[in-house]
Design a protein around this ligand. Structure first.
Ligand code: DGJ
Length: 740
């Protein structure tokens, strides 16, 4: 009987073993309720009696036969809060009496700014659900897109705003989605930072009012990352209900978290409305970025495991040569020359480093900044993408051939969106940069931002990258971006349309990346922006890895990696071993500590290896070989942050378990032993309780008498005990467990 009420049902097969779930999208035409199920999550909203779309439920998966009651508008709260504002709307236009954050705000040419969206129609198709809304009077249509992931339940939401009228309108604010949560006390977790200090995890109570995290910089930014988690009540790392989300947008963005006067809790996010104004001409459409949301009952740890799985299986690109399902191939262990040579690169010097790197067991050799134009300092050369003839008189081929003959592939640094005023490109095209004519042009790192929104600039950038990849056997690009926007004018357009730069620039970045990948299907790309300034689920559709920070100090990296992995998978988290004492904070650490810190992500070597002695070379060679054996478990397994390095912790530890629970890898770190306190017993997680696991050392020892083989139940209940001599300053150990 109930089935007869269903408008239609879509069932998607799951692609991943441990989340063997299905997805379904239903519309109950009697109650006018939409219901999406995927993974362990159900999401529901409905059409209320006024015709608005109203949020109903977001949480753990409900029974398949449970009937979700129809949406009933909330009542007016005295004369000050009408029902339009107290009702949790799915995507509210700013109009009527709305006092909370709107999803959409539009100004019409006659001065009208009132926008009230009502349900029109919907379609359920192969890729999810589209719901069309329309203003109560004017031909502004909004299509809300919903796609739910069968494995993880992560729901992708976005909106298309369409002007079907005859006159232009200006979109002043456009969210990808608004999410409503059940009334409760929440703790908001979010990530902030600065250059060389990214990925700070902040946690605070979501009190009454609105809390905003954003970037106004034209890019994702180091200062805040478009990810959040909201923990209900006492939920923590390992238990409790957590709602989380991430925006797929690499331009200016904003997320607003509201705890309103009636305890409604709402998250609205999308384009940053600051300095926004997108003119929609008759017949035009604006697609917002995608806002992804998910739910876990296993605390922040469970939330990040879902996000990692989602990123690995649904977001990250695969190259033609390495296409592998469900996850992309593990990252090659790289050597990067930046910290060894900075811009002093030349053929002989790079070949000498390549020979040393190959001897360590490195898979990929990457030449960083300095190889092109007149690039001897940061004051010149950006924009002139020809090989510097003094440094490489025979071109790049002899170096690339040598790297290949040593058994590695070759990667190259580029910074395509930038130009130094001291460059031929700028001398020829001073109008190509973001600027307001007649006004000063603010330089940062003596560079200006090319206006990639312009078609001619886009063509130039695509053209030189395409030529570089066509003429040279290059497997990998490190794509850098070393400043944020200033004076964001686009003087080719009429004054009232220039703000479209906030959208068009980013779409062209994505377009270039996508076209390059199509034309060069084996190319792999890293997103770097002076470290972690451009990491988000938008850019991750086009790049294989990211550079989380220019700070490569192994102790600082423990906290950064802890923050990073709350939102992003270790697969993309490049981590280089560099020199000690560290250039940034002068900290001295052992080579094995540095190696183990980096081995928690995708490993790279960035030290001046020309100075390494035989012992150092042997240590690194041994650990790279050990890493290669367990890398897939580390970077694609389920991550458990066993002991957090935050808040001055003396100790920290992580554990990863692969998908069939046949292997696990544990890392343990001591900051500085106090009062002789021993390392805590590590109670492992996620193992098969009845499986027998043999433990072996990658580095360090267990307490004498510890079993060499024991059940998963033993390792999880009794736990792993470190050797009592595991003490001191900046110590590290790592173990692997293999099921027999
Ligand atoms: C910033 C990057 O984060 C560094 O790794 C390096 O590539 C420099 N740019 C080169 O200018």
């Amino acid at each position: 009987m109930r089935n007869a009420l269903l408008g239609s049902i879509l069932t998607l097969a799951a692609g991943f073993t441990s989340f063997a779930q299905t997805a379904s999208v239903n519309f109950d035409s009697a109650t006018r309720v939409f219901r999406l199920d995927g993974g362990n999550m159900t999401y529901a909203f409905g059409v209320n009696q006024r015709g608005e779309l109203q949020a109903i439920y977001w949480g753990g998966r409900l029974g398949a036969t449970d009937v979700i009651p129809q949406a009933v508008p909330m009542m007016e709260w005295a004369s000050f809060d009408d029902s339009y504002t107290t009702t949790p709307q799915e995507y509210a236009g700013w109009g009527a009496g709305l006092f909370v954050e709107p999803a959409l705000k539009i100004t019409f040419p006659d001065g009208n700014r009132d926008l009230v969206l009502h349900y029109e129609s919907h379609t359920i198709g192969a890729s999810g659900l589209d719901v069309v809304m329309k203003d109560i009077e004017r031909p502004v249509f909004v299509t809300l897109h919903y796609v739910i992931d069968p494995d993880t339940g992560v729901l992708a939401r976005s909106a298309a705003i369409e002007n079907r009228g005859k006159e232009s309108v200006t979109v002043e604010q456009a969210a990808a989605a608004a999410w409503s949560l059940p009334p409760a006390q929440y703790t908001l977790s979010y990530l902030t930072g600065r250059w060389a200090g990214e990925w700070t995890l902040n946690q605070e109570k979501l009190d009454a009012g609105a809390r905003v995290i954003e970037s106004r910089r034209g890019t994702t930014g180091h200062q805040a990352n478009p990810w959040f988690a909201l923990q209900a009540g006492d939920a923590d790392e390992n238990h409790g209900e957590v709602w989380f989300g991430a925006l797929g947008w690499s331009g200016s963005w904003r997320m607003t978290f509201e705890h309103d006067q009636l305890d409604g809790v709402r998250i609205t996010g999308g384009f940053n409305p600051f300095d926004f104004g997108y003119v929609l001409h008759a017949g035009e459409k604006l697609e917002t970025p995608i806002f992804y949301g998910g739910y876990s009952r296993q605390g922040l740890g469970g939330a990040s495991r879902l996000l990692h799985r989602f990123e690995l299986t649904k977001i990250l690109p695969r190259t033609a040569a390495t296409a592998s399902w469900p996850a992309p191939k593990v990252r090659p262990v790289i050597y990067n020359s930046w910290e060894a040579t900075e811009m002093n690169v030349n053929e002989a010097g790079q070949i000498a480093l390549a020979e040393k790197a190959a001897a360590l067991g490195v898979d990929r050799f990457v030449m960083d900044d300095g190889w092109f134009g007149q690039r001897n300092t940061e004051h010149a050369g950006l924009g002139d993408w020809y090989v510097n003839p003094e440094k490489f008189p025979r071109g790049l081929k002899p170096l690339i051939d040598k790297v290949h003959s040593l058994g590695m592939d070759f990667g190259l640094w580029v910074e395509p969106e930038m130009v130094n005023p001291n460059s031929d490109l700028y001398r020829n095209h001073p109008d190509w940069v973001l600027n307001f004519p007649g006004r000063p042009r603010t330089e940062q790192r003596t560079q200006l931002v090319l206006n990639l929104a312009r078609q001619d600039v886009r063509d130039y950038v695509f053209g030189f990258l395409d030529k570089l990849l066509t003429e040279n056997d290059i497997s990998f690009l490190k794509w850098d971006y070393n400043r944020n926007w200033s004076e964001p004018g686009w003087d080719q357009l009429p004054p009232n349309e220039q703000k479209a730069v906030y959208v068009a620039f980013i779409r062209n970045v994505y377009g270039i990346l996508s076209e390059l990948r199509q034309k060069h299907p084996n190319i792999e790309i890293e997103s770097c922006s002076g470290g972690g300034g451009r990491v988000d689920l938008g850019i991750l559709r086009y790049v294989d890895e990211v550079w989380p920070s220019d700070n490569t100090d192994p102790f600082d990296r423990l906290s950064q990696q802890d923050g990073f992995t709350h939102a992003y998978t270790p697969q993309i988290m490049m981590a280089w071993v560099t020199d000690s004492p560290h250039w940034l904070n002068h900290r001295t650490t052992s080579l094995s500590y540095r190696m183990l810190s980096s081995m928690q992500g995708s490993l790279g070597i960035g030290a001046d290896i020309s100075k390494w002695n035989d012992d150092q070379t042997a240590t690194v060679k041994r650990l790279i070989a050990a890493y290669h054996q367990v890398q897939k478990t580390i970077v694609q397994g389920d991550l458990y942050r066993l002991i957090s390095p935050l808040n001055g912790s003396e100790f920290s530890a992580t554990q990863t378990v692969n998908q069939d629970r046949s292997q696990s890898v544990v890392f343990a770190f001591i900051h500085s032993t106090q009062e002789g306190r021993g390392f805590p017993i590590l109670k492992l997680k996620g193992l098969d309780p009845s499986g027998q696991y043999a433990i072996s050392s990658i580095e360090g020892k267990l307490r004498a008498g510890s079993p060499t083989t024991a059940s998963g139940a033993w390792w999880m209940n009794h736990g792993m005990e470190m050797d009592p001599d595991f003490r001191g300053d900046f110590q590290a150990a790592a173990f692997r467990l293999d099921r027999k």
